[in-house]
Design a protein. Sequence first.
Lengths: 119, 111
Amino acid sequence: DGGITQSPKYLFRKEGQNVTLSCEQNLNHDAMYWYRQDPGQGLRLIYYSQIVNDFQKGDIAEGYSVSREKKESFPLTVTSAQKNPTAFYLCASSMAAGWFRGGVPGELFFGEGSRLTVL
Amino acid sequence: KQEVTQIPAALSVPEGENLVLNCSFTDSAIYNLQWFRQDPGKGLTSLLLIQSSQREQTSGRLNASLDKSSGRSTLYIAASQPGDSATYLCAVLDNFNKFYFGSGTKLNVKP
């Protein structure tokens, strides 16, 4: 089945550790996104990528890093520089890349999320 | 900057009621508006997408409308069921392929 797979579902991090969250999609989407969700708050954009080998900072990129070496994959690394990393992380993707293609951006699809807890 | 607001933040209704969830946005220059459902501890599931040129979309008991000029969208749920209990979020897509989300309406349908 087509979709977005995030792993792991639950992750625990010790102080000073870097951790990487995986996001894989088989929807052939150009654009991929990472969001952070905190209890009682809306989604906040961390990073997004509209094409392979290119990505842009979102509203809360400090302490995070990403790569986009393959169209299907957009891993997120939570570094030790992120002071408050405990949160629910959501990966998403959409078809068409807006002004890159001249087409109409499409529907946004989400993975099941990864919950990161700092010990 | 685009701002998306959802009112009310929480809603509790008895089973069988028809209900309306509201979403407003400040910049009418959008490509589309999408409604999502989120169950506790889960990702977001797309319910309906309305292109900027459309006025409404329907799927089963759900109907979403869009009024770009006034910056408003509504999600109408007919004959609500306990299984509809979830948080409902709306999101708009701007000209730069960036999505803006509301904070959601938490719906509780009581049996």
